[in-house]
Design a protein around this ligand. Structure first.
Ligand SMILES: C[S@@+](CC[C@H](N)C(=O)[O-])C[C@H]1O[C@@H](n2cnc3c(N)ncnc32)[C@H](O)[C@@H]1O
Ligand code: SF4
Length: 472
């Protein structure tokens, strides 16, 4: 182990204030997962080049665990109408023909990549959006038939989670049983709130309580292993009572899991019109005060209704409440790649193959890329992907940020197991800064971290990001 470099108090304070300034000027970065997106995607690729990357990746990792943990992601970039709060990329559908075209487009992609993955069994599938259930039943059938004809997936249902995101106000609920018929075992409903005022104010008033209830009932009748429903906490007119009311109503419908997201305002414009604030004000004054009050209510109600959750931190951005009894029945086999949540996951040795505009893909230790342009017809030679190559150094940073994101803990043994290096040798300066400011304590071989809010967490995560970039 190398000796930690000495940092003078003066230098340390200077760095902290530098990161603080950066944070103030770029309020978007209160969420440390945004540190992943700091490096620019400078390179452009066509599908033919992406194909070669995957082929080389599969060859280079022959026999390794990572090849049994590749996830398949499909983005549906359309919605019936755009909800005002939404930070996910999609277009309002203006022309129904676009959906047929899109299904064709995806199927052409399947054919093009079929051979590349002929020896791979994908683990998880995630259809995210946008609104994947904007496709008609016939379109879904056509798409899935082609998907399962062209690719192989883990055989054991307990080894895989196949998710479909579903907006219950769009189209017929009969699509729910169709998804189950094709083997999907997790369905995720966007609910956000049951307050009519909030829904109206956010242009989501097409959603009706009765329809959500029916949709969750239908999913449960169809025996999905996991029925998830999302709520958002922190809308401008949300109060502890309106939030508690939504949470209570949702627990009564008994989804397997309830995911609560802290509102992450999608734009300056949204913040100005709904909150009369800018990002720093929102994250400094509003979010840390309001969210704990709303979440406290959720914890009380969850506890009384058989839902469990890990203790929450006020600087978190999402919380998952689980109906333990229902979840136990599913009892997925332990596999590090199984908790795929649609975005590229980090600490597990998984990778992701994504298709469709805005989809993101990740070849662990090699490349990450996003489809940044759309095509009406598939053309393998047009450079529609932007990305960047990944070094071991990038992966080590990803490990740290992800550990900080999913709990305030760093596990040096896990780090050494994956990278064959000591975390303290790779990030001596950042680790020293944490120690010196008494933000870290070693206990039973792990480092526990203590931050007073998301801003502070961001500042210390930046130490790691800068130390990593300085190595280039
Ligand atoms: C990709 S969206 C798909 C939702 C689906 N189209 C629907 O409307 O039911 C997944 C989830 O992200 C969450 N979400 C969207 N925008 C958000 C924001 N600005 N802040 C926090 N959560 C957000 C919502 O809870 C939403 O259900
Ligand atoms: S919440 Fe769902 S329906 Fe609303 S804009 Fe976002 S993706 Fe579309």
């Amino acid at each position: 182990m190398t000796d930690a470099p000495k940092i003078s108090n003066r230098d340390l304070e200077k760095q902290i204030s530098f990161f603080k300034d950066f944070l103030e000027k770029n309020g978007y970065y209160y969420n440390i997962s945004r540190l992943y997106t700091l490096p620019k995607y400078d390179e452009k690729y066509a599908a033919s080049e992406i194909k070669k990357y995957w082929e080389n990746f599969i060859r280079a990792n022959k026999g390794q665990e990572v090849l049994g943990n590749i996830n398949f992601y499909v983005h549906t970039p359309f919605c019936r109408s755009r909800c005002e709060y939404c930070s996910f990329p999609s277009w309002e559908l203006k022309d129904e023909k676009k959906l047929d075209e899109y299904v064709e487009y995806l199927i052409e992609n399947f054919r093009f990549f079929r051979k590349t993955f002929s020896k791979i069994k994908f683990r998880n599938i995630y259809f995210g959006g946008g609104t994947p259930n904007i496709l008609s039943s016939a379109q879904i059938e056509k798409l899935f038939s082609a998907l399962f004809r062209n690719f192989n997936f883990a055989d054991d249902p307990k080894e895989r989670i196949w998710t479909y995101e579903f907006n219950s106000s769009v189209g017929e609920l009969s699509k729910i049983s169709l998804l189950r018929k094709f083997g999907f075992n997790r369905i995720s409903f966007g609910v956000q709130s049951f307050s009519e005022k909030i829904l109206l104010f956010n242009r989501r008033d097409s959603q009706k309580y009765e329809t959500v209830k029916k949709a969750i009932e239908t999913a449960k009748k169809n025996k999905f292993d996991i029925v998830n429903a999302d709520l958002i906490a922190g809308f401008s007119t949300d109060t502890p009572d309106t939030f508690a009311d939504s949470f209570q109503k949702l627990t009564a419908m008994r989804p397997t899991t309830i995911t609560v997201y802290g509102l992450y305002p999608p734009s300056d414009k949204y913040l100005a019109s709904h909150f009369k604030m800018n990002y720093p004000q929102y994250f400094k004054t509003y979010y840390p005060k309001k969210i704990p009050k709303l979440l406290k209510k959720a914890y009380d109600i969850a506890g009384k209704n058989g839902y469990d959750a890990r203790p929450f931190g006020s600087m978190d951005f999402f919380w998952q409440f689980n109906d333990i009894r229902q979840l136990k029945k599913f009892n997925p086999r332990k596999s590090r790649g199984r908790e795929y949540g649609g975005e590229f996951s980090s600490s597990s040795p998984s990778s992701t193959f994504g298709l469709g505009p805005f989809s993101r893909s990740y070849l662990r230790g090699t490349l990450e890329y996003q489809q940044s342009a759309s095509q009406s017809r598939f053309d393998p030679e047009i450079k529609i992907y932007s990305g960047r190559k990944l070094s071991a150094n990038d992966e080590m940073l990803r490990f740290v940020i992800s550990s900080m994101e999913h709990g305030n803990i760093l596990r040096p043994r896990e780090f050494a197991g994956i990278f064959d290096k000591e975390i303290i040798d790779v990030f001596p300066y950042a680790m020293n800064a944490l120690k010196k400011k008494k933000k870290m304590r070693e206990k039973k071989g792990v480092f526990e971290l203590f931050f007073k809010d998301s801003g502070e967490k961001f500042i210390f995560a930046s130490f790691f990001a800068y130390e990593s970039m300085a190595k280039k």
